[in-house]
Write a protein that binds this ligand. Structure first.
Ligand code: PAF
Length: 282
């Protein structure tokens, strides 16, 4: 596996690739990332991963400074998973000057749920992904980019970005990878204490219970949704969590559902100092 740090070196290394497959990450890789890398392998003529902790998508009080930087370990894992090329730019490489041009998603999608609790998050994500896409895919006939379904709203925002800017990129979703007890794999699980780790699966269980209740209420869902969500929120809060949202949405656009819509339940909650998110299509 070749490792490059600058856009110029990345483009040189990809000069003879017509259709790269690309897995963007912020590093601190776990089996969820590696499953994406393995899924990506047959989807392009070159498999590229990136590792870049993107300051633009963190709020000032969030964990940008403490986010684990584990480049050497990550590179070993990527090599073993079959990655051909790792792009690991420094901030100076990717943002040599302040990034004043930004990609702002539609507020109807970008300012709800994660966007409501982490204002500016999706602008930061879209801006860096657009820049990474420009670095990897410029001049290519076609490209494929993979994102995990655990970040359900992020995946949807990025699909819309690709569609609206007519980028020659196919976005492919990777299924959420879970630990044996059902906890969705996430880099931030590493922040959990032993006791918190044992408790953490309760977010997935709360979403499952909310999903069951929503399906049972199917026809009355528009009227009953708020009450079901409030009950789920209170149940998690009673266990010591600080939930941001637990909600039933329609899959098409993450707006409140009407009867008959295909549904997804999504949740975000803080356990101690760790904020976890998860979702479940029902
Ligand atoms: O999901 C992530 O790890 C990040 O949001 C991404 C897509 C790599 C952009 O920084």
């Amino acid at each position: 596996m070749h490792i490059v740090h600058t856009i110029a070196d990345l483009r040189a290394a990809l000069a003879d690739s017509r259709s790269p497959a690309f897995v963007p990450t912020m590093g601190n890789l776990h089996d969820g990332h590696l499953a994406l890398v393995r899924q990506a392998k047959p989807l392009g003529d070159r498999l590229v991963a990136s590792i870049f902790v993107n300051r633009l998508q963190f709020l000032p009080h969030e964990d940008f400074d403490s986010y684990p930087r584990t480049l050497q370990m990550d590179a070993d894992k990527l090599r073993a998973a079959g990655c051909d090329l790792l792009f690991a730019p420094s901030e100076q490489d990717l943002y040599p000057e302040p990034q004043t041009f930004k990609i702002q998603p539609d507020p109807l999608l970008g300012d709800i749920l994660e966007g409501q609790f982490r204002p500016g998050f999706f602008t930061g994500v879209c801006t860096v992904v657009m820049k990474l896409f420009a670095a990897v895919f410029a001049g290519k006939a076609q490209g494929t980019a993979l994102f995990g379904q655990k970040d359900y709203q992020q995946l949807m925002v990025l699909r819309r970005m690709v569609q609206q800017f007519a980028l020659p990129v196919t976005v492919v979703a990777g299924p959420t990878q879970r630990a044996a007890d059902g906890l969705a794999l996430s880099s931030r699980n590493g922040y959990l204490s032993e006791a918190e780790r044992a408790e953490a699966v309760q977010l997935a269980l709360a979403l499952r219970a909310l999903g069951r209740d929503a399906l049972a209420a199917a026809h009355a869902l528009p009227a009953q949704r708020a009450a079901l969500e409030e009950r789920a929120l209170q149940a998690l809060a009673a266990r010591g969590w600080q939930p941001d949202y637990l909600t039933v949405r329609r899959r098409a656009d993450l707006q409140p559902p009407q009867a008959g819509d295909a549904l997804v339940v999504l949740g975000a909650a803080r356990l101690g100092r760790t904020r976890l998110i998860d979702n479940l299509e029902i």
